[in-house]
Structures are given as C-alpha cells and as structure tokens.
Design a protein around this ligand. Structure first.
Ligand SMILES: [Zn+2]
Length: 346
C-alpha cells in the first residue's frame, strides 16, 4: 500500500511505498480508497498550527470514498464489496482505535480512527457510511467533511427559514455548500463575502445574490447597507480566521440573529466581541461538523444532491495522483483549487 506520511511538522508529506496494512481487528473496516479529499485541516496539521503532533510519523486525511475489502469482528454496518464514504465525524457503529501500519523497514506509522491519504486504510466502523445510491465515488468524498459541515450548519444548526437573509464568509468548499443549502432552504437573499473576485463570481452560480469583496470594502458596513441597517438573519463563517468570525457575528441582527462558524483558526488565537451584542440577543456558536449525524444526514443530504438542490459535481476540482499530494496541498493553500481530489487510479 502507498501512503502520504507526515514525518515532521512544517515539512512536505513523504509518499511511502510498500506499507503493510494491518488485519482489521474488532470494530475496524479495511477500505480500498478510490478518492480522498484534501482540506484545510490537513494543511493546519502539516504546518503544526494545531500544536505539536504526538503521533509522528502520522498518516493523514479525513474524507474519502472507496470499497470495503474486509471487516473486523463486531462490524455490522458494512460488508466487503460495499462502497463507503469515510469521514471524520463520528457516527453509529463501533469506535475502534487507530490502526498501526508498518513501513518496509519495520518502523511503525501511526493513524487515527480514519485516514485517507493512503491507498488502503483500516478505519473505525463509526467513521464509515454506506454510499447512498446515485452518488458517484468522486462526489462522495464531499460527504465525508464539506457537505455534513456546510449543509449541516444550514439545515441542522441554523434551520434557515424561507425568506431569510443570510451571509456566508469564505467561499471555499464548506462556504459554497452552505450557499447551496441556504438556497435549498429558500433564503431570499444570500450575501457572500470573500477576498477573491473569482470565487465571488462563482458563488453566483450556486445562489449568491450579493457579493462583497472584503479587500475593497468593510464587509460589516456593506452588509448593514444591504439590510437597511439591521444586519442579516444569520451568518456563517467559513473563512478560517478569527477576524472573519468577529465580522460574521457583527453582521447579524439584534434579537435573534445567529452566527455559526466553521472556521478553525490556529490554536492560541482569540476572538473579541462586543458583550452588548450578546445582551441584545445575537447568538454565536462554533460548529462541530454541522452537528451532522452521518448515518442520518449523509442519506438526507444525498437526496438533496439527487434532486439537483446540492449541485456538488461543480465543486469537484483538479484531480491529483497521491504522489502529487504536496502540489494539491499547495494549490489548496493558495486558493488556486477549491477542493482538490486525490484520485488513487492516477
Ligand atoms: Zn475536511
């Protein structure tokens, strides 16, 4: 098996061949990967922005798709031959420990309960969901992270109402899927804030009605101007910064305005908010995977995809072979590619 491994934070991943895959034990599922996503969480892990990594050398990746090849004792959710979505959000089933792989020199490579930067993975049963009908394996990758988070914030946490005015900060994968879900929920006005004119223009294809270039204007003032000075009914921050969490919170209306952030700023950073905003009934919360329950929400969001209400095919970005994983990470970091895809057939 081939795996992209983090040996030291701050260094590129090294692609290692001839890794030995352990036999799945109780609660584990062995999956042959078809595709893996690449998201900002891995960038942060690689750069050490989540603090020191105690598991080096470490296998990474937390969203993927593939076929089950073997199951350990006690596994009931899937059987060999099933296509599955792999994701980091815990669902039903056994919670098994991370697998330990062996490099060709016998040294141990550590892994968490799910990894996807490897052509075969032994994962925990509760990180697998059987692939719903009508979802191709490449699109399926998005159901491991970006869809449960982006659509989950809108449909589980905000419960966006028809006719509402919503703001989305950051039109990466999560922000763009949130736009799709806001449109599906019937929001009449969807304001997008980003610093890339190209991403803002693309957002209009998915339901954005108003765009704000945060490099050109103060987004909070611009949102006020668009909402008769009141602020939006809800705001979602998916731009990844403490500053944008603060701006998203400042941009919702008093007495009921709700801000949910998906951003994971580097550990150690703090946000600053006006306490009077809380006193006057604005709400602020962070999101853990859109409060999605994978076994319930993956089939639910897949139905929206089949109905054409979550047009996810258009989000699938450039495809990379696993050996080019560092190029994929660079392209994600620079914003050149919204949602890079590792294709294990390349
Ligand atoms: Zn992710």
């Amino acid at each position: 098996m081939k795996a992209a491994v983090l040996f030291a934070c701050g260094e590129p991943l090294r692609v290692v061949d001839a890794v030995q895959v352990p036999v799945p034990v109780r609660g584990q599922v062995q999956v042959q990967l078809a595709y893996s996503g690449v998201c900002h969480s891995q960038l942060m892990e690689i750069r050490g922005a989540r603090g020191p990594d105690r598991y080096l050398p470490h296998l990474l990746g937390h969203e993927g798709s593939g076929k089950v090849v073997a199951i350990g004792e006690g596994v009931t959710k899937v059987v060999p031959g099933d296509n599955v979505v792999l994701g980091w959000i815990k669902g039903q089933g056994l919670d098994a420990p991370g697998a330990k792989y062996a490099a060709s020199d016998g040294s141990v490579l550590n892994a968490g309960a799910v990894t996807t930067f490897n052509s075969e993975a032994v994962v925990s049963e509760n990180r697998c969901v059987r692939l719903p009908d009508g979802v191709p394996l490449d699109v399926a990758v998005l159901f491991g992270c970006a869809v449960p988070t982006g659509a989950g914030i809108v449909l589980n946490e905000i419960a966006a109402k028809a006719g509402a005015t919503a703001v989305v900060f950051g039109l990466g994968g999560i922000g763009t899927i949130a736009v799709m879900a806001l449109k599906a929920a019937g929001c009449s006005r969807i304001i997008a804030v980003d610093i890339e004119p190209a991403r803002l223009a693309a957002g209009r294809e998915f339901g954005v009605t108003d765009t704000i270039d945060a490099r050109a204007v103060d987004p909070v003032a611009a949102i006020r101007a668009l909402t008769e000075g009141l602020g939006a009914d809800c705001a979602i921050d998916a731009a990844g910064r403490t500053r944008t969490i603060e701006q998203a919170f400042a941009s919702v209306r008093k007495f009921g305005g709700q801000c949910v952030f998906a951003s994971h700023p580097p550990s150690g950073e703090r946000i600053s908010i006006d306490p009077h905003d809380l006193i006057s009934g604005k709400r602020l919360q962070g999101s853990w995977g859109g409060a999605s329950q994978p076994d319930i929400d993956v089939p639910r969001f897949a139905a929206l995809y089949r109905e054409g209400r979550l047009p996810l095919d258009r989000l699938i970005g450039r495809r990379y072979a696993l050996v080019d994983v560092n190029v994929a990470l660079d392209d994600l970091a620079s914003g050149r590619v919204m949602r890079p895809l590792i294709d294990f057939a390349l």
